[in-house]
Write a protein that binds this ligand. Structure first.
Ligand SMILES: [Zn+2]
Length: 218
């Protein structure tokens, strides 16, 4: 679950000092309320109990969503001035964090500056999820099976989070067949179209982008 710490902060308007709770680890797959706060841009906003002014106060936190293959260090936006230094530090920290994670994450951690950068990523994920839902609906309608792909891979290439395949076996031919069938029924799925273009490339033959939930993460 989410982990929180206590910080003393000073109101920039009236200099009043007070203690606040700050989330140091946010589980995006479990803490839906915190995720919503991030999406609304309210995550690091605080209200001074004395003068009632609302202000931004950033602290480093980790955003982890196992289901979506996300492990992100979110650093205060001002740290971007010393970007290289912080990236190095987070990479070193990650080596330590990884040992405590019990194989919960196998991807590459991301480093973002400011919760707005995380918000952008989450909003984009939401777009991909929406198109994925339409794709799932289309596939169900056409009696085509689907399989989730690695979220990091989908995010990087702007593909849907699932891919369809015809027949029983999931191979390049069966994937291409199903993609073409759905494309013929609905041409306005931009991410599926991109995936179809990808299938024309040699590198797509390896089919190393499927998410295998049965294999424990390394
Ligand atoms: Zn104040």
């Amino acid at each position: 679950m989410a982990i929180k710490g206590k910080f003393r902060i000073t109101c920039p308007s009236c200099d009043h000092e007070f203690e606040v709770d700050f989330w140091t680890v946010v589980r995006g797959d479990r803490d839906l309320k915190l995720k919503e706060m991030l999406l609304e841009g309210e995550f690091d906003m605080f209200m001074c109990p004395l003068c009632k002014k609302v202000f931004l106060k950033e602290e480093t936190f980790i955003y982890h969503d196992r289901k979506m293959d996300l492990f992100i260090f979110v650093l205060p936006s001002a740290y971007i001035a010393e970007k290289d230094k912080w990236i190095k530090k987070m990479e070193d920290d990650y080596v330590l964090v990884k040992k405590t994670m019990n194989n919960e994450f196998s991807g590459k951690p991301l480093i973002l500056f400011g919760s707005n950068a995380l918000r952008d990523l989450l909003l984009r994920d939401r777009d991909i999820e929406e198109e994925t839902e339409v794709l799932q609906f289309m596939a169900d309608d056409l009696k085509i099976k689907t399989k989730p792909i690695k979220a990091g891979f989908a995010r990087e290439r702007d593909f849907p989070f699932i891919i369809p395949y015809g027949g029983d076996e999931i191979n390049h031919t069966n994937i291409l067949k199903a993609v073409k069938k759905i494309h013929a029924a609905n041409k306005s799925l931009p991410r599926l179209n991109k995936f179809m273009e990808f299938l024309a490339l040699k590198e797509s033959k390896k089919i190393n982008f499927l998410k295998n939930e049965n294999v424990p993460a390394q």
